[in-house]
Each structure stands twice: as C-alpha cells, then as structure tokens.
Design a protein around this ligand. Structure first.
Ligand SMILES: *[C@@H]1O[C@H](CO)[C@@H](O)[C@H](O)[C@H]1NC(C)=O
Ligand SMILES: *[C@@H]1O[C@H](CO)[C@@H](O)[C@H](O)[C@H]1NC(C)=O
Ligand SMILES: *[C@@H]1O[C@H](CO)[C@@H](O)[C@H](O)[C@H]1NC(C)=O
Ligand SMILES: *[C@@H]1O[C@H](CO)[C@@H](O)[C@H](O)[C@H]1NC(C)=O
Length: 501
C-alpha cells in the first residue's frame, strides 16, 4: 500500500512538473527502428549526419519549429524531418532535437529508418521521401487519473478535440493550441500536423488521432501520435496561457461549400469504388481459383517504423488438442493452402488453425520462418491477423484470429444469401479496399494479393471485412502452387452477383 502511495505521489509530482518554462518536454512517447540496414554503411552515415546537421542548423539558426532535409548522394540516401510543438521556445526546441538525435542513433547501426516521438518534438528519417505520408493507425498514451467531474470533463474534452480537428488543417502551419474552462479547472489542448502534408491528409490524420485520443477521456490527460500529426490534451498546463490560438474563425468559415464538395467527392469516390470492386469481382474473379504468384516489391523503407517481431510459436500438441485432433467437425473450410480448423485453446481463446499443404520441398523450410515473420507483422483492422505458427516434421501450421461470420461468399452465394443490407455491403467494400491499400501500398514491403475473392474476405462478429490468405504463396510446395482453391459449400455464380446488386 505504501509503495502504491509512493508511486502515485511520484507520478503526481512528475505530471505537475510538465510544461515548466525552459523544459524541452523530452518524455519519450515512442521510438521505432527499422529492421532493415542501409546498403552502404559509410555512405549512409555520411548522409544521416549531413541531414541531421541540416535540421540542427534550421532549428538553431533560422529559429524554425519544422524542417525537412535530404542528403541523397550515393546508394543510401537519407530524408529527415523535425517538428517541435510551436509553444516550445527555440532553445527548448533545439534541446529536444538534440535529445532526439542521440536517441535515434541508438537504433542498430545502419537502421535505414527510425523515428522518435517526444511530448515536445518528433524526429524521423527514412531512406526515401516520406514527407507527405500519414500513418494508418495512431498510438495512444493516457493519464491514469480520472477527472473530478468526469461527465462534464468528457463532454468538454470531446468538443475541444473535435474543434481542433476541424480547425487545425485550415490554419497556416497546421498548429493550434487552446485553453477551455471547465468546472474546477481548464483543458489545455493542441493539435499539429507535419507542414508537408496536404490539407486533406492533415484532416485525415487528425481525425484518426481524435478518435484515438478520445479513448482517454474522462482521464485528465491523453495523447495520440503517429508520424504525420499529434494531439494532446491535459488538465495540467503544458504551455502558457498567452500561447493559445483563437480557433473560432476556422470552425465555420467556408464550412458549407467545403462540406458540399466533401459530400460530392465522397459520393462520386464511393460510386467509382463500388463499380471498380464490382467489376473486379465479376470479371477477374469468377470462382475460387488461385491466380499467379503474388508479387513483392521491397520498398526498402519502413513505413510503420516498427522493428519486426518474431511470430509466436505454438506447440503442436496444444493445437492438436484445440482442434480435437484436427477433426472433420472442427473443419471450417478447405483452401488452396490447406484445411482450416476452428480451435479452442486452453485459455478459452478461439482461433483458426490453418494446416498448410505439406510437400517434400526443402524450399519451404528456408522460407517458412521469414515469411511467417513478415506476415505476422502485418497489422490492419481489415487484414486477418496471424497470431503465430508451428512446425512439426513436414507439417506447417499457421494460427489466425477467428472470424465469427466466416467468409463473404456465404453471404453472397451460400446459405446466408441475401441477408446483407446496403450499409453492410458498402462497409465490406470499403473495408476490403482499405485492407488492400494497406497491403499494396502502406506496409513496408508491398505484398500484392492478386487473389481477392469473396471466400478470401472474412467477416468478424460485426460483419467488418478482413482479408485473408495474403503472403502465403511462398509457403506452398512448388508442385502445389497451381492448385485451385475449394471452399466448402461455395459455388460462385456470376449472375447471382448481378442479381444481388
Ligand atoms: C559506399 O559509399 C562510399 C561513400 O559514399 C563510396 O566511396 C563507396 O564506393 C561505396 N561502396 C560501395 C560498395 O558502393
Ligand atoms: C556521424 O556522426 C556521429 C555522431 O556525431 C559520429 O560518431 C560519426 O563518426 C559520424 N559519421 C560520419 C560518417 O561522419
Ligand atoms: C542507448 O542504448 C544504451 C544501451 O541500450 C543505453 O545505455 C543508453 O542510455 C541509450 N542512449 C540513449 C540516448 O537513449
Ligand atoms: C507569456 O507568459 C509567460 C509566463 O506565463 C511569460 O514568461 C511570457 O513573457 C509571456 N509572453 C508574452 C509574449 O506575453
């Protein structure tokens, strides 16, 4: 008990210290290092040093809070970006950059991309031009104490964050700081985008962050961060009162016409997407047949910045028990890569267990670990998550999250035909497009699926789509890689598609 009190006391004193004048606010929120190494180390180090020196000069000599630089001689170019929160003094900004510089060099030697996010600033470098990028997901850090009048605080907090999200993209420099009075205190909040983003990307980035950081309410402080933008609110001042910006003029001004264009754009974009997807379902994917080997284009940059983690290794005996010895009763389906079973682990967690078709090819062994490592690092809400793997003798097994509503083909051609409403269909189409975009364009290694079809689109309990079977082709024995996929109970007939829509 004493220990708890002591910890709370320390936390408290630490929180109330935040935002002191002359404080570069180097509370570390996130550090990511690329797992890839630049091709030419000496060339890379020269470029890294040159671009970081550039940033230092811009911050110290030109008193900037945002700067980019690039040093692209040789085979290992470096692009770098620094951004300080605008309320930091120039001295504090330089100090924050110096701390970030030291920290970012702590990644393994030659890591070709890295980022460090502090309360006060963020620093990132990559081997390619990332200046206009935003991330598909943001991270969150919430305070541990709930506000006194939690309902009123939550409501006020939500309003502030919504307003910031609307106003900030319209403000030159993409930065806003506000103080809002609430019962018994105030809410200090800021929002900021990288200045190299377009206005639309800033808005998209901040709306992600807003959704994220709202999850902290009614706690007294919270932050959402990714490499494109930043949002933070706190009951404790972390900038001084005279540094706030009046955002009221940006909340209505030009709202209507922009809104109109947003709606028109949304409708047109949505229709085009629907048509494209419909066409692709109708023309390209007439059954559940496997197409060619997916292509991989290594991008050499680490969009997500995260170090690759190894997959969880499951015990064969556990999986055997979970699936009742891979019994027919537990079988969910049979795909081109092997049979899939429903499994209930000892801790009660339900999983999908995919037993890959085995072969004698030694190629599998070479590829298995690295492929599985890659796939298990793909995280997106519209992609089925690989939880881990298992190898025993010739058997290679993959363990995925379980999808309560099976696959889309059941809803289109199978026993649950005609049970989806328009909203659900629209969400499925949009989600599938989002998942594919991530796989093709946003993950640091481009994984081209090339085999999108209704039986590869799984649905969770809320009927949100998740794409499955990406990145697996290399795991098939060579002689099996032209197998056609059969999913139990599914016969895709094209004319039903046209009837349903
Ligand atoms: C690596 O870069 C250095 C400096 O840019 C250059 O002199 C050297 O030739 C490069 N080495 C290779 C193998 O490309
Ligand atoms: C780059 O800077 C680091 C730290 O300042 C230094 O240790 C290293 O020698 C420099 N490398 C090159 C190639 O200039
Ligand atoms: C870098 O890593 C070493 C060892 O992990 C650690 O002792 C050191 O404090 C780190 N430096 C910074 C600036 O984080
Ligand atoms: C803003 O307030 C701080 C202290 O709260 C003060 O040190 C600073 O001089 C003020 N700045 C301006 C421009 O008034």
């Amino acid at each position: 008990m004493k220990l708890v009190t002591l910890t709370l006391l320390m936390l408290w004193s630490w929180w109330s210290f935040e935002g002191a004048v002359g404080d570069p606010q180097t509370l570390l929120l996130k550090q990511d290092c690329s797992g890839f190494t630049a091709p030419n180390l000496s060339n890379f180090n020269q470029n890294l040093n040159a671009s970081l020196a550039d940033l230092r000069a811009e911050v110290s000599n030109q008193r900037k809070h945002f700067a980019t630089s690039q040093s692209t001689t040789g085979t290992s170019p470096v692009y770098a970006m620094i951004q300080c929160r605008n309320y930091l003094s120039n001295t504090d900004c330089a100090a924050c950059l110096a701390a970030a510089d030291a920290k970012i060099r702590n990644c393994s030697t030659g890591a070709n991309g890295a980022r460090v996010i502090y309360d006060g600033c963020f620093l990132r470098y990559e081997s390619n031009d990332f200046f206009a990028q935003i991330m598909p997901r943001s991270s969150i850090l919430c305070g541990s104490q709930s506000a006194d009048e939690s309902t009123a605080f939550s409501e006020a907090g939500q309003q502030v964050l919504t307003d910031l999200q609307i106003a900030t993209p319209k403000i030159t420099g993409y930065y806003a700081a506000t103080k809002t009075q609430v019962a018994g205190g105030a809410i200090y909040a800021i929002a900021q985008c990288a200045e190299t983003l377009t206005q639309d990307n800033c808005l998209e980035c901040l709306s992600n962050e807003q959704t994220t950081v709202q999850g902290c309410l009614p706690n007294t402080n919270g932050r959402a961060f990714d490499a494109g933008c930043f949002m933070r609110y706190s009951e404790t001042p972390f900038f001084s009162d005279n540094q706030t910006i009046d955002i009221a003029p940006f909340l209505n001004q030009g709202g209507r016409s922009t809104k109109k264009w947003f709606i028109i754009g949304g409708v047109v974009g949505g229709l085009v997407l629907v048509v494209i997807l419909l066409l692709s379902f109708l023309i390209i994917i007439p059954g559940c047949r496997r197409s060619q080997i997916p292509k991989r284009v290594p991008r050499g940059n680490i969009l997500e910045g995260t170090q690759l983690k190894g997959p969880t290794k499951f015990k064969y005996s556990d999986l055997k028990a979970a699936t009742k010895n891979f019994s027919e009763k537990n079988k969910l389906g049979e795909g081109g890569f092997g049979a899939v079973y429903k499994g209930t682990m000892k801790n009660g967690k339900v999983v999908a267990v995919k037993k890959l078709i085995s072969g004698n090819s030694s190629k599998i062994d070479d590829d298995f670990e690295s492929e599985v490592m890659l796939i298990s690092n793909v995280h997106h809400r519209n992609l089925v998550q690989l939880l881990g793997c298992c190898s025993k003798g010739q058997d290679r097994i993959l363990v995925y999250e379980y999808m309560a509503n099976n696959s889309l083909d059941k809803f289109l051609f199978g026993n649950r035909r005609c049970s989806l409403n328009w909203k659900q269909r629209y969400d499925i189409i949009l989600g599938t497009a989002r998942g594919l975009t991530y796989l093709h364009e946003e993950f640091h290694v481009s994984i081209i699926h090339r085999d999108i079809k209704s039986c590869n689109i799984l649905l969770d309990e809320e009927l949100q789509p998740k794409i499955s079977d990406f990145g697996l082709v290399k795991l098939l024995p060579e002689d099996k890689s032209h197998l056609s996929t059969r999913f139990a109970g599914t016969v895709a007939r094209n004319h039903k598609w046209s009837k349903e829509y």
